[in-house]
Ligand binder design. Sequence first.
Ligand SMILES: C[S@@+](CC[C@H](N)C(=O)[O-])C[C@H]1O[C@@H](n2cnc3c(N)ncnc32)[C@H](O)[C@@H]1O
Length: 186
Amino acid sequence: MARHVCPWWLGYWLVNPLRRLLENPREILQSFVREGMTVLEPGCGMGFFTLDLARLVGPSGLVVAVDLQERMLAGLRRRAARAGLLQRIDIRKAGPEGLCIGDLENRVDLACLLHMVHEVPDQAAFFAEISAALRPGGRLLIVEPKGHVSQPAFEDSLAMAAQQGLIAVDAPALRSGRAAVLIRAG
Ligand SMILES: C[S@@+](CC[C@H](N)C(=O)[O-])C[C@H]1O[C@@H](n2cnc3c(N)ncnc32)[C@H](O)[C@@H]1O
């Protein structure tokens, strides 16, 4: 089924600093990220969350940021360079065949899907790729916008993830969205 993908020009609006008043990336992410981690962030857009992920993993960590749209990635590249964080971010373009993360098999400590799962048409294949990249016991944080994604639709996505061995273990209360933490079963 075709899904609406966020247009690239909305990427500028999504990195508007005023958004931090409603949704502070550091506050949302800091309990999940430790220095030295490898973090995967598909659907990074222009990097509203990516820059804080890069600060949290520190100089010994890595954020692999993936998006379908080159113009989103160009915005991220510019912002990361300005912040002096480019070396901690591996920026990749997803293709029709998927996220292009086969080289990360069993290596990712944490994956973050932030306001993007509702745009993915084939969620079974998508979660299968993420599950393969996570190390056993690795965690997946999903946040979806309450305005676009109903609770039943959110639960359908979690059920799809469970079929790929990603088990929901927590539902953090966030002002800005529906959220779940999943663990890759051993
Ligand atoms: C609503 S934007 C959110 C961007 C960012 N996470 C944020 O919260 O600011 C969704 C992003 O996911 C990307 N996207 C959608 N489907 C994708 C897919 N299958 N693989 C990678 N990126 C995807 C879009 O290009 C867009 O940049």
